[in-house]
Structure formats: structure tokens, C-alpha cells
Design a protein around this ligand. Sequence first.
Ligand SMILES: CC(C)(COP(=O)(O)OP(=O)(O)OC[C@H]1O[C@@H](n2cnc3c(N)ncnc32)[C@H](O)[C@@H]1OP(=O)(O)O)[C@@H](O)C(=O)NCCC(=O)NCCS
Length: 170
Amino acid sequence: MKRQMKIKIRKFNISYKLDLLKIFNSGRKTGFFGSKKIVKLKDHNIFLKKKVLTKKTTVYLGFIDNNIKPFGFVRFDKLPKKDWFEMPVAIYPRFYNRGFGTKLMNLAIKRFNKAGKKTIIAVVKKNNHRSLKAFIKNKFKLLKTKKRKYYSINKFNIKKEYYLYLKSNN
Ligand SMILES: CC(C)(COP(=O)(O)OP(=O)(O)OC[C@H]1O[C@@H](n2cnc3c(N)ncnc32)[C@H](O)[C@@H]1OP(=O)(O)O)[C@@H](O)C(=O)NCCC(=O)NCCS
């Protein structure tokens, strides 16, 4: 029988700066994020300074077994509504479809929610079936009503994207 691989998470620290950039750019290349443009180290540094150091964004990295290099990340980006966060996620393509993304998301959500009640949202392109499934497996619900304000980092496109949400119940 195949051995079950153990997934662990660790909060981002600056020593993983380049790993985070590499994973993020691998996600960008898929076209499932807002833009396909590769992020340069200079802009990554600005992002870290403006968002991560100021705690507007919280980043967790995923590790398989005792690997020292992370295979993926989950981010929680503060939205302009109290206790609302948007959750981008990416893992290296060589790890897709093995349950690692779902597990990483699950661990990160649990850790993030420990600090209090939150609403976590995700914007997923309608053709991103893998991502949609991973969010649904993490108990996210699809928002169906059109009559509301969609809080998100980039402007939400109801024709091309799904808006998912998860309310913590602690
Ligand atoms: C989204 C992402 C983190 C998911 O991680 P993952 O490890 O590949 O996902 P999992 O294996 O845990 O789950 C994916 C599920 O989608 C299913 N799936 C894969 N391709 C599919 C397809 N074309 N149609 C329907 N389901 C599909 C898998 O079978 C699996 O479901 P199962 O567990 O019931 O078999 C990862 O694919 C990724 O980094 N993608 C690129 C970046 C991205 O899209 N980020 C999200 C932006 S919103």
C-alpha cells in the first residue's frame, strides 16, 4: 500500500521569500489568477513590505513530510470589510490532483481561524474545476444571489467567476 504523505504548514517568514515568489509565479502561469504576468523579485519585495510585514496579508506555506522546501502557499488578504479575507492558493503543478492542495487549505483555514471569527472568500474562474472542487471540499459555499456587494481584491466578474465564502463558526 502507498504510504500516506504528511502535510504540514508553517507561517511564512522572510527566509522563504524566493520560494513564495516561485510558487506564486507557477500559479500565475496557469492563467487562473487575475493576470498571467510573472511577478519580478522587485515587486515581490514591495508586496512583502506593504502587505505581509504590515499584517494585511497572512501567508502559510505547505510542506510535504520533512521537506525543507514548500510545495504551496495559502494567503489571507484583508478585505475592506471587518474580518473578511480573500484566500488565494497555489501549489506547484507537479503536485496537482493528489489531495495536497485541499489538505493545505484545510490546515491553513483552521490555523487562521484560531484567532477569531472570520469570513473567508475566494474568487474562482469558472473553468478552474480543480480549484472549485478543492474549495467545495473545504466547505466553501457558492454565493448565488446577484443582489449584493461582492467584496474582493480585484473586481469580481460574475460571468466568468464564482464567488465562494466560508464563515467560521467558532
Ligand atoms: C487549486 C489547487 C491549489 C488545488 O490543489 P490540488 O492539490 O491540485 O487539488 P486536490 O487534488 O486537493 O483536489 C482537486 C480535485 O479536483 C479534481 N479535478 C481535477 N481536475 C478536474 C477537472 N478538470 N474537472 C473536475 N474536477 C477536477 C480532482 O480529481 C480532485 O478531486 P477529488 O479529490 O474528488 O479527486 C492547485 O490545483 C493549484 O495550485 N492550481 C493553480 C493555481 C490556482 O488555480 N489557484 C486557485 C485560484 S482561485
